[in-house]
Design a protein around this ligand. Structure first.
Ligand code: SAH
Length: 408
């Protein structure tokens, strides 16, 4: 196996269990004598050692500033049941957290570094797991992971792989980036088309073939439950609604009306299907396909106001260079929303940009409140839920933050 030797003192972060080796920390690479290549191939398993030859761990080699993502510390080869062990451990955590119940079969099983499997995401929708690789190393292990999931989780019968948008572009990748790895259904495609998954007793149509990410945003589950608590009698506006997660909870919470807005027609079709399925008699829901900024401007012109607004935009900053513009975007959209809240109303506002930290986000929302000139108080500070855990040695895993504001 290829060995990566670090520069002196560069082992310290690994000894503190941070799972990344940056390319600048590497002194030299010693290839396996049998390896015909002149350098490690992207996705190879490599051993990492300190300058003093102390074994630090084993991980996936990657081209780019993160050169190795560590899978296991202190050992130089992965045990034969490695995937099985990690999958079962993650499943046991979700069970112990009470996330797997007759009224909830939607949860994240593997959250990358948060589950000690850097580069891997697995979401569970009833009997189907959707697997997403963010590294070539995980792409190369996809079949072993799929088999470990089906062997370790009795409910799961299908594993769909969806990595067309997530694999790095720097190296060519062998094999398909999308498709079923394991399938129990007679016709997996029609299975996906009629598929319903349950979150806290609400049913959602999940379309992992054509939907965004793995098909659903599981990370807002707990925050949606909080919206339900505040929704009674309110006129609610759910901006960036996608499949209508927040809308369904608001309806169940007794909202007077719910307006759901998304730029994607496919998303709006799913919201309508989800509302009709869960609340067949509801006549207080409206779904609109529109750009958020244009929609809010038009509502303002029409003097429309709401009691409760949810703002859950896509990541405005996909990387560090985009942070300044992203903060301006957060300020603009939050100012527009705060303006439209009735006195005594509530704003749920989120950022899922990993590159924007919670202080910066709070400052953007503060600037928005100051710009509008209303009295605004923070009621809750929200974050990602327990099935998206943050490895304490890898604070970069924190990405979702939200504020619940009381607007006078
Ligand atoms: N709140 C959702 C997840 C939101 S994901 C949930 O609970 O599931 C972000 C959504 O914003 C996506 O559905 C995307 O289609 C939508 N979107 C992106 N740009 C937009 C824009 N300019 N205006 C309105 N919606 C937009």
């Amino acid at each position: 196996m290829t060995t990566i030797y670090l520069k002196p003192h560069k082992e310290e972060s690994l000894l503190r269990r941070h799972p990344w080796v940056f390319s600048g920390a590497i002194a030299r690479v010693t290839l396996d004598r049998d390896d015909p290549h002149s350098e490690p191939q992207e996705g190879d398993l490599v051993q990492v050692r300190s300058a003093a030859d102390q074994l630090l761990g084993i991980g996936h080699w990657q081209i780019g500033s993160i050169a190795v993502r560590i899978l296991a510390f202190g050992i130089d080869s992965l045990p034969a049941d490695f995937w099985h062990q990690r999958i079962c451990a993650a499943y046991a955590v979700r069970q112990s957290l009470g996330l797997i119940r007759s009224d909830n079969d939607t949860y994240r099983l593997i959250h990358g570094e948060g589950d000690f499997l850097p580069g891997l995401i697995v979401d569970i929708y009833a009997d189907t797991a959707v697997l997403q690789a963010h590294s070539v190393g995980m792409h190369r292990c996809r079949q072993a992971v799929a088999e470990a999931i089906v062997a370790g989780i009795p409910e799961v019968k299908n594993v769909y792989y969806k990595s067309d948008d997530t694999l790095p572009f720097k190296a060519p990748v062998q094999g398909d980036k999308v498709g079923y790895l394991i399938s129990d259904a007679q016709s997996p495609v029609s299975h996906a088309e009629e598929f319903w998954s349950m979150e806290n007793g609400l049913q959602f149509r999940i379309d992992w073939l054509r939907g965004q990410k793995t098909g659903f945003f599981i990370d807002q589950r707990e925050n949606r439950a909080l919206v339900e608590r505040y929704a009674k009698g309110k006129e609610v506006l759910n901006m960036f609604c996608y499949t209508g997660g927040f809308s369904l909870y608001a309806l169940r919470g007794g909202a007077k009306s719910v307006d759901s807005v998304d730029v994607s027609q496919k998303a709006i079709d799913l919201v309508n299907a989800n509302v009709a399925h869960n609340f067949p008699k509801a006549n207080n829901h409206t779904a609109v396909t529109a750009d958020a900024f244009e929609y809010l401007t038009a509502q303002k012109t029409a003097n429309r106001t709401f009691d409760l607004i949810i703002l859950d935009p896509p990541a405005f900053a996909k990387h560090r260079d985009a942070v300044r513009n992203a903060l301006r975007g957060y300020q603009r959209i939050n100012a527009k929303a705060i303006e439209m809240i009735r006195p005594g109303g509530i704003l749920f506002t989120f950022s899922c940009s990993q590159a924007v930290d919670k202080e910066a986000f709070r400052l953007a929302v503060f600037s928005a409140a100051a710009q509008v000139g209303r009295n605004v108080r923070i009621l809750h500070q929200l974050h990602q839920p327990q099935d998206h855990p943050i490895n304490i040695y890898h604070p970069e895993g924190e990405y979702l933050k939200g504020l619940v504001l009381y607007v006078e």
